[in-house]
Design a protein around this ligand. Structure first.
Ligand code: ADP
Ligand code: MG
Length: 192
């Protein structure tokens, strides 16, 4: 379902990904581990269509994912619905055009029937609450693939247990899970 062929990515002064080959089938649960700075977050930004290979190819369900392909509004909408990404830091804004952000936010608010909370600033929510809200928003779009960057960090035990149960169910339902984590127990529970 997801194929990377010889993918490279370089920031201005830093090569972050070098010739990555990766194949993920529908229903796989993949755990990505590695030291700080090894390129985990970069890989995830690329899978999510926020950045694009400087060399090599990225295919999702036989579509090549390029900046040009995602300029097509219909295609971008489909792709972003398929690919759910929960941020490591819920305060970080995805680098999407403002109109796109507005449209997605509107979709979430409507789906949850919480349009009235539109003007509530996110800084009035706790870190854990923000994470729950962002996860709920993403799940409301019924993604095919869920990408998580350290999903348990900063959550209380009860919420951690809830999330772990949910992730296992999500995987059991045949969905694809990609998790970055340093948490050994989580890696063991989710790795296949
Ligand atoms: P990880 O998530 O595994 O800690 P990253 O993907 O964030 O690693 O970073 C990979 C490399 O790219 C690191 O050397 C980091 O310094 C560099 N890097 C990450 N983001 C940027 C950026 N926005 N601009 C320049 N270099 C970056
Ligand atoms: Mg990172």
């Amino acid at each position: 379902m997801i194929t990377l062929e010889k993918v490279c990515f370089a920031y201005e002064h830093e090569v972050a990904l070098r010739y990555i080959d990766l194949h993920i089938e529908k229903g796989d649960s993949l755990v990505i581990q590695g030291p700080n700075g090894c390129g985990k977050s970069t890989l995830i930004k690329l899978l999510n269509g926020i950045i694009f290979p400087s060399e090599g190819y990225y295919f999702y369900k036989d579509h090549e994912i390029t900046e040009k392909a995602l300029k097509d509004r219909q295609f971008a909408k489909w792709f972003h619905q398929q690919m759910g990404y929960v941020f490591q830091n819920a305060d970080t804004q995805m680098r999407l055009p403002e109109a796109e952000v507005r449209e997605r936010t509107e979709d979430c608010l409507q789906l949850f029937g919480i349009e009235k909370l539109r003007e509530r600033p996110p800084y009035h929510l706790s870190g854990g609450e923000k994470r729950k809200v962002s996860l709920a928003c993403i799940l409301s779009l019924n993604p095919e693939v869920l990408i998580l960057d350290e999903p348990l960090a900063g959550l209380d035990e009860k919420t951690q247990d809830m999330l772990l149960t949910f992730l296992k169910d999500f995987h059991r339902a045949g969905k694809t899970l990609i998790t970055i984590t340093h948490n050994r127990q989580l890696a063991e529970e989710l790795g296949t």
